[in-house]
Design a protein around this ligand. Structure first.
Ligand SMILES: [Zn+2]
Length: 129
């Protein structure tokens, strides 16, 4: 897998979590793009299963990316619903990448998140039909 493919999988996973509304202020996020433009990302994404040398547990803990709505509420995008085989493919890719490039978990996740964010934001606005 290339980094581009990984980013496409992440974006597809995140897109499946829209439309949604902020539970506090009710702001409507029609698309992932709306969400990326409106919210403020918090730190880097968290992947609970990403430990070098850690085995493959039966039940993945999952991944989560947190952002703050402008009203201050923290919203999350998660790996929930992703096919386990695909999730583990991503984890294994990430571990190889960290080893190869000497990146920390935080650095790699930050890099992926920035790239995904940029790609989502630069996509043309879909027609409102
Ligand atoms: Zn809000």
């Amino acid at each position: 897998m290339t980094e581009g493919q990984v980013i496409d999988i992440l974006i597809a996973q995140m897109k499946g979590q829209f439309p949604r509304d902020c539970p506090k202020c009710g702001h409507h996020f029609a698309t992932l793009r709306d969400y990326c433009l409106y919210t403020i990302p918090l730190e880097s994404a968290m992947v609970f299963d990403l430990e070098i040398g850690g085995g493959t547990p039966q039940q993945p803990l999952g991944a989560m990316a947190l952002s703050n709505c402008r009203c201050g509420t923290t919203l999350s995008l998660t790996s929930k619903g992703m096919a386990p085989w695909q999730y583990w493919r991503l984890i294994n890719w990430a571990i190889r990448q960290m080893t190869r490039d000497g990146l920390t978990r935080q650095q790699l996740l930050q890099q992926l998140r920035d790239a995904a964010h940029q790609k989502v934001v630069s996509e043309p606005e879909p027609c409102a039909a």
